[in-house]
Design a protein around this ligand. Structure first.
Ligand code: NAP
Length: 192
């Protein structure tokens, strides 16, 4: 029995099997009305709970690579410095930081890139277009969705096609992170 995305090497007569796909873990914090930020400059640490920050860093530390969009990578370049980071951009020649990798996912396959570079567990950090790309292409193995008890009324949505979350993954756990109303939802892909 092989997990989704892994290769059965039993009939492969080579000492150099193709690399296996990495496991993608999506980390997202949204307002009660479904936004990850009021605009592209609205930093998450200004409104998420301390409990979400602890959860976020614990999950991030389990990963060996990060995927982030250009805006998020620019905002958090210092935080992301210790990690291997793949920045989604339509202009890979304009680097956020010299030591980050840059790729246009409409041109090059990010999963092939990560697999070729030995990525095992990848944190998908957003923003919206990055979450959309990964969800719409059914790339996410896990989604950790924090819902904070605040409303923005407008802003950047977490997912433009949020219904795909429950089509591609299953809700496995739902817990209160504190007594102020912060909730944590855990979705996981059901492997065949
Ligand atoms: N609450 C949360 O969990 C959370 C998570 C992440 C971010 N945020 C917040 O959200 C805001 C940033 O989000 P955002 O949606 O504006 O920006 P973003 O996704 O970080 O960056 C958008 C840029 O990334 C590139 N990009 C993203 N997806 C792409 C794709 N599929 N193909 C090609 N290029 C792609 C493009 O860069 P080019 O213009 O270079 O082509 C695009 O302009 C910040 O305030 C950040 O703090 C919150």
């Amino acid at each position: 029995m092989y997990a989704f995305g892994m290769t059965d090497f039993t009939n492969t007569p080579t000492a150099h099997p193709t690399p296996t796909n990495p496991h993608l873990v999506c980390l997202v914090a949204q307002s009660r009305d479904g936004f990850i930020a009021k605009d592209s400059t609205h930093r998450s640490e200004t409104w998420v709970s301390d409990e979400d920050k602890t959860h976020f860093h614990a999950k991030l530390n389990e990963c060996d690579w990060i995927i982030a969009g250009r805006n998020t990578a620019e905002q958090y370049a210092n935080t992301m410095r210790p990690y291997n980071c793949l920045v989604f951009t339509q202009h890979p020649e304009n680097k956020v930081a010299e030591h980050f990798a840059h790729l246009d996912p409409e041109v090059d396959d990010p999963i092939a890139y990560l697999a070729a570079h030995g990525a095992k567990r990848v944190a998908v950090l957003g923003g919206t277009r990055v979450y959309d790309y990964c969800l719409e292409n059914n790339l996410l193995d896990e989604v950790w969705l924090t819902i904070e008890p605040t409303d923005f009324y407008s802003g950047l949505p977490a997912f433009n096609k949020a219904h795909l979350l429950e089509e591609h993954l299953s809700l496995k756990a739902h817990e209160d992170l504190n007594d102020k109303g912060t909730e944590l939802l855990y979705y996981k892909k059901d492997y065949a």
